[in-house]
Structures are given as structure tokens and as C-alpha cells.
Ligand binder design. Structure first.
Ligand SMILES: *Cc1c(COP(=O)(O)O)cnc(C)c1O
Length: 405
């Protein structure tokens, strides 16, 4: 994923432009900023690069999700269907607007299982939020059909799939709105930052105001701006946007390298017939930030993870099933409703239900999955070495696990 691997003179130059004027804020100070508007420039570049009509930068990907939900009118009591395999930010954003996260199974796409979504729709469902995990996409056609049939909002959390596409469209631009994160480990980084993309002018205008205390941004004098609704401060700074501007210009390079490295590694792991790979609804659209692969059973996967650890080569291989950040199994703070402030009864009882909800179908997928992060800096030799070592570990475990007949 990481754009931080390509930090260089270009980022420093953009940041320096801002440091020269000292105007670190994205709004106002029209004279002293001497024509430097990095945030606006980055929003334009995002629209052009990804084919979105509008883009609103935010202080993080989490803030982008919260902003998008507010702008789409998702709030108290509304149910939002999202996958049980995602980053914690996805449900944090749902909770932050007073809505109810309804977590459902993923399938071997590692994204929403459309059947599970269908089964979860109730009269309170307002939104379906696919999360395009690990660089690749959900089955968008199936989800679009469900949303259309039940008149639901489709909000894409594409935070970790910048540069991925589905049938020629950028992930994050297919639903009513979509978000990217530019945190430090994403495909392109601003250090911290995010964006909401939408083709709907009204949704965009709401995002613009919501991220800046409800300012309407209609005048030249901030003090005289009106506040048509209540907003918050989810602004990005000019320094962060400057970094993002240098990074977005490198995106195609990042993607080319990622795809090449991904394909080398996949070829090597393909030598083992027991290894299978993630299902990709549109293989051409995989941004290739990770290579996600499956082993035949949970037991074998555990043994492989342990052996990778024992050999000191687990780093960069993620076993999400045991990971505290990405899978329902370890989200005790969510299931136990550990919040610092009171939440609504509706939210409380929905979270309580998660303690006993059956995720066995999802467990059966996630317990067999390992995702290998693709580095931009690997040499061909390093990929070969890495791949052969993984293959060695898998073969060793498979040999030990074979029960003689
Ligand atoms: C990173 C990420 C976010 C949140 O982004 P931040 O910028 O870190 O707040 C949201 N959803 C997913 C799937 C992510 O990977």
C-alpha cells in the first residue's frame, strides 16, 4: 500500500511552497497566501484522476466516512450494513453519527457477501457500506441491485483501495459517495488526511460545510459566512494537502510497481496446488496492494502462521483472523459497548447482539486467509526469495499435516 516508501524531493518541494508563505490553513488569507491553494489543487487532481465530479478533503479517512454519512442524511436509528472484516474506522464512523452498524459476513472476495446483505435488510436499513479491503473490490453490480431494489444509499469505504477500479470506474466513485484515506500507510499519503468523492452537488456542498463548522463558504470574509447547518472541524491543513499533491502525481508509478510485484509473488505461490487466491470480481481492477491467499483449513493456516513466525519471516504477512484491528472476533470494545459517553438504547442493544451473532461463515473464510503486503521497494530477487521461503513453509506444514492412509 504505502506511498511513504517513495518520500522524496517532490513532497518536500510542495511542503516548502506552503512553508514559504506560512499560510498553513486551507481557507482565507487570500493576499498573504500568494496564490497557493494546495487543498484546492489536490481536490481538483482527485476529481481528474478518479473521475469524480466533486471531492472534499478531510482530516482523515475516518472523518471522510463520518462526513459522507452526515451529508447523505444517515443518522440516529438508521441501520448501516457493513462487513465484519474491515478496519475499526468503518464502524466508528457509523456510531459517530448515531447510526447502528449491522455487521455481516464476507465471502472469498474478502468483502460483503451480497446474500448476507440481502438477509440483513430491514425496514430501518438506510445504507449499505461495502469496504474495498486490501486493494480489491466488492461485487458492486450485486450490491447496486440490492440498493436499487430497497432504495438504499450505497457508500463505498474505499479508504485502502486507492487506484482500484471496477468495470473501468474508480472504486469510491460508483456509489452515492465514496471515501479514501491518506493516512501514513495508504497507497498515497498526506501523513493524515482523507477525501469524500461524490457526483452529487448537494452532497458535496454539505460535505464542504460539515467539515468546517457549517460555513457556507460563499463570501470572501470567513467571519461573515452563514451557517446553514451545524458542522464540525474535519479540515485538512495545507501542509498535509501539499504532501498529497506530490503523492497523487506518483500514483501511476506506485500502481505499476505494485501490480508487477504482486504478479511475481502470485506466480511463485501458485506452485503449491493447496494454495488458492482471493476472488476478485474484476481482476483488472485490483490495485494489488496485497496478495491475499487461502490455505485449505484453519489448522493448516495457524501452523503456517506459526512457522512463518518461527522462521522470522511473518512480517508483512497479515493473519487478520487473529488481528485486533480488522476482524469482529477481536473487537471486544465494540461487542462490550465500551464507550466514554452514553449511547442510544438502539445502538446499545444492536452492539449487545453482536456478542452472540453467528459469524461462522465469515470465520470459515477469514481463518484460512493470509494477506501479504506488497512493497514498492522489493527487487525481483527479493520477491523470489520471499516467495520461495513462504512456499517452503507451506510445503513443510502440509507434509507434516498429511495423515497417512
Ligand atoms: C485506513 C482506513 C480507514 C480510516 O482512515 P484514517 O485516515 O486512518 O482515519 C477507514 N476504512 C478503512 C477500510 C481503512 O483502511
Amino acid at each position: 500500500m504505502p506511498g511513504f516508501e517513495f518520500w522524496g524531493a517532490e513532497e518536500k518541494k510542495e511542503v516548502n511552497d506552503v512553508l514559504e508563505t506560512g499560510i498553513l490553513m486551507r481557507y482565507g488569507f487570500d493576499g498573504p497566501r500568494k496564490g497557493i491553494w494546495k487543498s484546492k489543487e489536490l481536490e481538483d487532481a482527485i476529481c481528474k484522476t478518479f473521475g469524480s465530479k466533486y471531492a472534499q478533503l478531510t482530516s482523515s479517512g475516518t472523518a471522510a466516512l463520518t462526513t459522507a454519512m452526515a451529508a447523505l442524511g444517515i443518522g440516529a436509528g438508521d441501520e448501516v450494513i457493513l462487513p465484519a472484516f474491515t478496519f475499526v474506522a468503518s464502524f466508528e464512523a457509523v456510531l459517530s453519527v448515531g447510526a447502528v452498524p449491522v455487521l455481516v459476513d464476507v465471502d472469498e472476495t474478502l468483502t460483503l457477501n451480497p446474500e448476507a446483505v440481502k438477509n440483513a435488510v430491514t425496514s430501518k436499513t438506510k445504507c449499505v457500506m461495502p469496504v474495498h479491503m486490501c486493494g480489491s473490490m466488492a461485487d458492486m453490480d450485486a450490491l447496486l441491485v440490492i440498493c436499487k431494489e430497497h432504495d438504499l444509499i450505497l457508500l463505498e469505504d474505499a479508504c485502502q483501495s486507492i487506484g482500484g477500479t471496477y468495470k473501468g470506474k474508480a472504486l469510491g466513485t460508483i456509489g452515492h459517495a465514496g471515501t479514501y484515506s491518506f493516512d501514513f500507510v495508504k497507497t498515497i499519503t498526506c501523513a493524515e488526511g482523507g477525501v469524500v468523492m461524490t457526483n452529487n452537488e448537494e452532497v458535496y456542498t454539505k460535505c464542504d460545510g460539515y467539515t468546517d463548522h457549517g460555513h457556507d463558504h460563499k463570501g470572501v470574509d470567513r467571519g461573515a459566512d452563514l451557517h446553514p447547518f451545524i458542522g464540525y472541524n474535519y479540515r485538512i491543513s495545507e501542509l498535509h494537502a501539499a504532501v498529497g499533491l506530490a503523492q497523487i502525481r506518483k500514483l501511476n508509478t506506485f500502481l505499476e510497481i505494485q501490480k508487477r510485484n504482486h504478479s511475481h509473488l502470485k506466480n511463485i505461490l501458485s506452485q503449491v496446488p493447496e494454495v488458492s487466491f482471493r476472488k476478485i470480481p474484476d481482476p483488472d481492477g485490483d490495485s494489488c496492494t496485497f496478495l491475499s491467499w487461502f490455505l485449505p483449513t484453519e489448522e493448516i493456516t495457524h501452523a503456517v502462521v506459526n512457522e512463518l513466525k518461527a522462521q522470522g519471516i511473518l512480517g508483512g504477512n497479515f493473519y487478520w483472523y487473529d488481528n485486533n484491528w480488522h476482524y469482529i472476533r477481536k473487537w471486544d470494545h465494540l461487542k462490550n459497548r465500551v464507550t466514554l459517553h452514553a449511547i442510544s438504547d438502539t445502538q446499545r442493544s444492536a452492539l449487545n447482539d453482536l456478542q452472540t451473532k453467528d459469524f461462522s461463515a465469515c470465520d470459515a473464510v477469514m481463518s484460512r486467509c493470509i494477506s501479504t503486503a506488497i512493497s514498492l521497494l522489493w527487487s525481483e530477487e527479493q520477491i523470489r526469495e520471499k516467495g520461495e521461503k513462504i512456499v517452503g513453509v507451506v510445503r513443510k506444514v502440509l507434509n507434516e499435516k498429511v495423515i497417512p492412509v
